[in-house]
Ligand binder design. Structure first.
Ligand SMILES: N[C@@H](CCC(=O)N[C@@H](CS)C(=O)NCC(=O)O)C(=O)O
Length: 291
């Protein structure tokens, strides 16, 4: 593949397995399982199958926040899904998320287990189940859900658009990087203006909207994703930075970020979480033989 000669699309697109790029080995144009693999099931009511990417962190932060509030029913087992090894295409995982992407939740607290996929749906499910982090006042709830769904619609431009073409694509295409850098800066400005007028996205309260947006845009303004801090001049978004730093101080957020994390300092990686005490005893620096 080259970008030096102009590309004329053929009449019919065909799957070019050698297209390159960081995710070439797992990208496919078809859905469904590629192999049989049952999911492990732990003893807690909530079973989470995930990875410590921004989409995964949203849910582990929510679960840790619920536990910090005293909701014992939010106890969970967090199992690691290694997406770069294609584990999201195992039959057990596809049964709870036909879209083959982390995070996926299996709520086994009632007589009939409930599957929930899509991080926004998982956050709403948990917020409604425990009556927390989703305002009950109609106007505040609408504002919260608006920002929650804003994140769902916006982050693909950041990850799949900007991140992909700036950091992962095998060739740097100016047109694509320009287009998505412009959109991501516009999104940061949307957030910055909102956070100039209220402490949190939905208003005065910290909600699932913040939990959803923070792992993506909070990391972005700290220069922690795609090494794009300087390129996007992220220090300009001072209200987003204020909000980001404040949320980062929350103990539940600090714990949530560690769960299913497979990169960064070994002391920040808790590959699987089954008990609250795992944060003290099972991080990768403490395990004799890291996996
Ligand atoms: N809209 C989905 C996005 C989930 C998503 O993109 N997950 C990525 C990791 S961050 C994934 O599992 N990718 C694996 C794949 O595409 O095969 C959500 O919010 O849950």
């Amino acid at each position: 593949m080259t970008d030096s000669s102009p590309y004329t699309p053929p009449k019919v697109w065909t799957w070019n397995k050698a297209s390159g790029g960081r995710f070439a080995s797992i990208n496919r144009p078809i859905a469904g399982p590629t192999h049989d693999r049952d999911l492990p099931i732990g003893r807690h009511p909530l079973q989470l199958y995930s990875l410590g990417t921004p989409n995964g962190v949203k849910v582990t932060v929510m679960l840790e926040e619920l536990l910090a509030l005293g909701h014992a029913g939010a106890e969970y087992d967090a199992w690691l899904v290694r997406i770069n090894e294609g584990q999201q295409f195992g039959s057990g995982f596809v049964a709870i998320n036909p879209n083959s992407k982390i995070p996926a939740l299996w709520d086994r607290s009632g007589p009939t287990p409930i599957r929930v996929f899509e991080s926004g749906a998982i956050l709403m499910h948990l917020a409604e189940k425990f009556g927390a982090f989703l305002p009950t006042d109609v106007a505040a709830r609408a504002e919260c859900l608006s920002w929650l769904f804003w994140q769902m619609g916006s982050a693909p431009f950041l990850g799949g658009g900007f991140g992909h073409f700036y950091a992962y694509a095998p060739t740097k295409i100016e047109y694509a990087i320009d287009r998505y850098a412009m959109e991501v800066k516009r999104q940061l400005d949307v957030l910055d203006r909102r956070l100039a007028e209220s402490p949190y996205l939905a208003g005065d309260e910290y909600t699932i909207a913040d939990m959803s947006v923070w792992p993506w845009y909070g990391a972005l303004v700290k220069g922690q994703v795609y090494e794009a801090g300087e390129f996007l001049q992220v220090q300009e978004y001072t209200n987003v930075l204020r909000w980001t730093n404040e949320i980062a101080k929350r103990p539940a957020v600090q714990r949530g970020r560690m769960v299913n994390r497979t990169f960064g300092q070994l002391s920040s990686q808790l590959h699987e979480r089954h008990e609250a005490s795992d944060f003290d005893t099972k991080t990768q620096d403490k395990l004799a033989a890291p996996t």
